[in-house]
Design a binder for this molecule. Structure first.
Ligand SMILES: [Zn+2]
Length: 53
């Protein structure tokens, strides 16, 4: 199963594109364009900004 990662740009740390990144990302189920389900892993910026992209 593949997951897409939403990583804050220009953050203070290098994010790992895994569920076990140091920032404690959360996983959310998403429906893909082809109708299948996938996961998006939303990473948190360590300086407190919300991800807007
Ligand atoms: Zn992260």
């Amino acid at each position: 199963m593949t997951a897409a990662h939403v990583v804050p740009r220009g953050d203070l740390i290098e994010h790992e594109t895994t569920e076990f990144c140091a920032c404690g990302p959360r996983s959310e189920p998403v429906k893909r364009e082809d109708g299948s389900m996938g996961w998006v892993v939303v990473h948190h910026s360590l300086d407190g900004r919300e991800v807007s992209e």
